[in-house]
Design a protein around this ligand. Structure first.
Ligand code: FE2
Ligand code: FE2
Length: 507
């Protein structure tokens, strides 16, 4: 056999093996055992998110075993008066059943709604939520955490902690929850997502939760993450996106699909344009960014030092205020820090017009600490890990290894012309006593604040900035497309070369 033909056949065989492997992986998901709780047509894993302005819309999603069930939401402004209804498009088929998504449009800002979802084939309980305020109507209140993957009891406790503790300091429930990824352990298994959604339903059916992918959501090309949750489509199919809620511009970013220079450059140019417009938007006082792997952390995992020069420099340039990460299963608050390592400690932990963003790690959504002995609250500065040559110390408070979440209130005081981002952090305190959902002790483990002057533009009429549109199809689809085109091109070239050579031989 000619050498080129041998190479061609090897490559074709390799392609065939890759295709068969992917089919096998998908088939494995399709045959996943349906968990016990998912045996009826009653909606399960009811959850809220939004794809358009959350002051005027909300999307209700849920799971059913069968696709022949109703995709309807009945809603209204009192629980006994659900006179409006909305119908979804065809449910999305997943390996264990179907996910229904129904958008409620034309809602009023800052208004409480009650709803039930499903239809004649089975209805959910009645839940309630509150829409985002109009721009500049008031401040806002959100909670943030990540890494719910490792322990079902612990993640139910953390969801309950957010429901119970979030209102203590501010008098209102959190209006929005950010999840920093590692939602489940294996993103290629649908029943993992089904169990997660069922576990956090008391929180997620009441407060919209907005997600970003962690490394555990990425399981190769057959990750089921993109089908699970809905996000605004102004970035890249849920891998990164942004939205405004009251005076805060939120930006969710993707640390998991980096490494292809062309895609990295496109991500970065979207990010720059998004930040640029946020700083022109005179209804925005704060920029909060969240993603999975932190740029600054001193334990458990290395910092993403590689992203400091690109992302970190942009955070500094556009004066991002708060950067939240997960991945490391603990809470860590760092000093305000520039991308190249300059730390500002003035006023710790209550900063006034700090020169750099604050980087906080909130990756303790389901920490299983039963076997740990060193759970503690520490105020010492931490030595950077070995991959990090910039710092000899950073980190001002940590709490590990037990569950925690960050509870943030943003207030606007036009009398003093100041705005304040005020964070209270709650943790699970009886970490050594195998807490149950009805017997756990939570308490405050940290507090910090950032106070800033309100810019003059705040008092001018809203300038109605629009944000960058969708720039890419899904990153994974692009990677798949590039890889497939590359392989097909190489195979074609080898076939042509081989054919020409064999023709010469015949001649
Ligand atoms: Fe992670
Ligand atoms: Fe994690």
């Amino acid at each position: 056999m000619h050498k080129c033909e041998r190479i061609t056949r090897s490559l074709m065989l390799m392609c065939l093996v890759l295709v068969l492997f992917n089919i096998w992986c998908t088939a494995g998901n399709a045959s996943s055992i349906i968990p016990m709780q998912y045996t009826t047509e009653t909606p399960a894993g009811v959850r809220l998110s939004f794809i358009h302005d959350p002051a005027n819309s909300m999307t209700v999603s849920w799971w059913t075993a069968s696709g022949n069930t109703d995709s309807k939401v009945f809603y209204g402004t009192s629980p006994g008066n659900l006179t409006s209804n909305a119908t979804g498009t065809a449910p999305v088929m997943v390996p264990t059943g179907f996910i229904h998504n129904v958008e409620l449009a034309g809602l009023s800002p800052d208004t409480e709604y009650f709803y039930t979802c499903g239809g004649a084939s089975g209805n959910s309980s009645i839940f309630n939520f509150t829409t985002a305020p109009s721009p500049r109507a008031r401040g806002m209140h959100f909670a943030a955490y990540g890494d719910t993957r490792s322990n079902q009891v612990r993640r139910r406790i953390t969801a309950d902690m957010i429901l119970q503790n979030a209102s203590i300091d501010y008098g209102t429930d959190a209006e929005l929850v950010l999840h920093a990824g590692d939602i489940v352990s294996r993103g290629t298994e649908q029943d993992q997502f089904d169990e997660f959604s069922s576990d956090v339903q008391p929180l997620a059916a009441h407060v919209p939760m907005m997600y970003i992918a962690g490394n555990h959501e990425i399981g190769g090309l057959n990750s089921l993450y993109p089908q699970q949750f809905l996000e605004p489509a102004n970035g890249n199919d849920g891998w990164y996106y942004s939205f405004n809620w009251g005076p805060v511009h939120f930006v969710g970013l993707d640390t998991e699909t980096h490494g292809i220079p062309l895609l990295d450059a496109m991500d970065l140019s979207w990010m720059r344009e998004d930040f640029r417009r946020a700083r022109l938007d005179n209804t925005v006082l704060w920029i909060v960014v969240w993603f999975h792997q932190p740029l600054f952390v001193s334990f458990s995992h290395d910092s993403r030092v590689d992203l400091r020069e690109s992302w970190g420099a942009l955070f500094d340039e556009f004066k991002v205020d708060l950067v939240l990460g997960g991945h490391c299963h603990a809470y860590q608050r760092n000093y305000p820090v520039s991308h190249d390592g300059t730390i500002s400690t003035a006023g710790t932990p209550n900063y006034v017009n700090p020169p750099y963003p604050m980087h906080v790690v909130a990756g303790a959504g389901a920490v299983n600490s039963d076997s740990e002995t060193n759970a503690s609250l520490r105020d010492d500065n931490f030595i950077a890990r070995s991959n990090d040559t910039i710092f000899d110390a950073f980190g001002n408070r940590t709490f590990f290894p037990s569950n925690s979440f960050v509870n943030v209130n943003v207030t606007v005081d036009e009398l003093t012309n100041t705005t304040r981002l005020w964070a209270e952090v709650y943790g699970l305190r009886n970490f050594k006593n195998n807490p149950t959902e009805t017997n756990y002790t939570s308490g405050k483990i940290d507090a910090f604040s950032i106070t800033k002057d309100i810019p003059e533009t705040w008092y001018q009429p809203a300038n109605n900035i629009t944000y960058p549109g969708k720039t890419l199809p899904g990153v994974h689809n692009v990677i798949l497309l590039i890889a497939t085109i590359g392989i097909i091109t190489i195979v074609d070239l080898l076939v042509i070369v081989s054919w020409r050579k064999s023709k010469k031989h015949v001649a």
